[in-house]
Design a protein around this ligand. Structure first.
Ligand code: MG
Ligand code: ZN
Length: 213
């Protein structure tokens, strides 16, 4: 019975996600759903990405957090349109939450809309919001056991950004295992190694994103 209810919720979500997808296509905007655990560096990667792509693309952002507006303020300081969603407890964004804020963004003027999901390695991967691609940020400090413990997010993502590589000398993270386990779950996964603190690897990442347009 419980499974049935969950299935119905996901079906209802997928219907609204399809409506969102149609709106994005009509507006000609590419939409990325950025996922990852709290502290992985999602907002910092977003700041780096906006700096790198702003000369070429008009970018908009939707920030998802349980409470607070810190992330939207950080992104707003870069002079890009941003909307903050506070889920009020929900640990992921769903298609309806996205649908409700779309009128607050100049969709037709945007080339790229980046949605920063709520920090969580589990259910954000279960909910389509109408995005073109799901992307994942994983800090190397989170440990090499994460792909096998949280497989769905690795399977659903088109690209995996391994962040904080500047910390590797202080960690026991096995990068070989992290990469191999991720690729075993998703052989087509594109993997980037970056440091949002130093800027290392951001150019390759930004170049790949440019190719999506
Ligand atoms: Mg954030
Ligand atoms: Zn959730």
């Amino acid at each position: 019975m419980k499974v049935k209810v969950v299935t119905r919720i996901l079906e209802a979500n997928d219907r609204i996600a399809e409506q969102n997808r149609k709106r994005f296509q009509d507006a000609g905007v590419v939409v990325l759903n950025l996922m990852g655990a709290p502290g992985a560096g999602k907002t910092t990667l977003l700041e780096r990405t906006i700096h790198a792509l702003k000369p070429r693309f008009k970018i908009g952002v939707i920030e998802g957090d349980i409470v607070g507006t810190d992330d939207a303020e950080r992104i707003g300081a870069l002079d890009v349109p941003v909307v903050q969603i506070n889920t009020g407890g929900a640990c992921h964004l769903d298609a309806n939450m996205i649908s409700e804020v779309l009128s607050e963004l100049p969709l037709r003027e945007l080339d790229l809309l980046i949605i920063e999901n709520v920090g969580n390695l589990v259910c954000p991967a279960e909910f389509n919001v109408g995005e073109d691609l799901k992307l994942m940020v994983l800090s190397v400090a989170e440990g090499h056991d994460k792909p096998l413990k949280y497989p769905l997010m690795f399977r659903e993502s088109k690209a995996l950004v391994l962040n904080k590589i500047d910390l590797l000398p202080y960690l026991n993270t096995d990068m070989h295992k992290m990469r191999n386990d991720s690729l075993a779950l998703n052989p087509n996964l594109k993997i980037f190694e970056v440091s949002c603190a130093t800027g290392a690897g951001i150019d390759f990442w930004a170049e790949w994103l440019t190719g999506l347009r």
